[in-house]
Design a protein around this ligand. Structure first.
Ligand SMILES: [Mg+2]
Length: 244
């Protein structure tokens, strides 16, 4: 089963209960691990900005039609098609769009345009306030760290405080899941992982294998086209937003 796409305000009592569970296992000596892109951050505002800037640079008004709701997966072709752009236009411009998008998306300058998922910073603060170690474990690489740190601070995530750590890839080329697997050893030295949130099925499955007793949560936004699905028994979180 595939994720249905972002729904940042899709509150429900089931969702509330899962958020309560995440908070309940936070305690001194515990480690809570949060992914960033597509997890506690909504990357769509960053992507819309990238499309708008390219539209302005090249005079490609077609790209101005791209809005947040058009991002349902990682395919830029699908995103543009969802925005009503013709298949012919996409086919003749896709390579240019992709190059521009990649140059901007994977940069420190553009991550500041992400929005925190509503309720996510509050959750991290609550987990931190209960004495747990908060770790941000991301597929972003070291070159993106300055903008990432700025975004964490500006949205009120616990950062630059005791018991808060940002782990980024040493190189852009490194596979995200491979990096997260190598990071597990360092995270284990911080304490016992009790909570792990990620929007990539392969990553939650990796974590569940390594930490079967932890509360591993699949955050349902978008994810890579890899064929993995979250293992049975892993709960899905639709949003960080509460019913009340
Ligand atoms: Mg992610």
């Amino acid at each position: 089963m595939r994720a249905r796409g972002y729904a940042p305000f899709a509150a429900s009592v089931e969702n509330d209960a899962l958020l309560d569970q995440i908070i309940a296992v936070a305690r001194p000596g515990a480690v809570a691990v949060f992914d960033l892109d597509g997890c506690v951050f909504d990357t769509r505002p960053r992507q819309v900005r990238i499309f708008r800037e390219l539209a302005a640079q090249r005079g490609w008004r077609e790209l101005c039609a791209v809005r947040e709701e058009h991002f349902l997966d990682w395919s830029l072709f699908t995103t543009m098609a969802n925005a009503g752009i013709s298949a012919g236009w996409i086919a003749s411009h896709e390579a240019d769009v992709r190059n521009w998008w990649a140059r901007c998306f994977f940069s420190s300058e553009y991550v500041i345009y992400d929005h925190a998922m509503p309720g996510a910073a509050e959750l991290c603060r609550e987990v931190w306030a209960r004495g747990a170690q908060v770790v941000y474990l991301t597929g972003r690489d070291i070159s993106m760290a300055p903008g990432t740190e700025s975004a964490l601070r500006s949205f009120g995530f616990p950062y630059n405080a005791v018991r808060s750590t940002l782990l980024v890839k040493p190189t852009f080329e490194m596979d995200d899941t491979a990096f997260k697997e190598t990071a597990l050893e360092g995270i284990a030295s911080l304490g016992l992982t009790t909570v792990y949130l990620d929007n990539e099925p392969a990553n939650v499955n990796l974590y569940k294998r390594r930490h079967p007793d932890a509360l591993v949560v699949f955050v349902e936004t978008d994810h890579s086209p890899r064929p993995d699905a979250p293992a049975p028994g892993i709960p899905w979180l639709r949003s960080f937003w509460r019913t009340a």
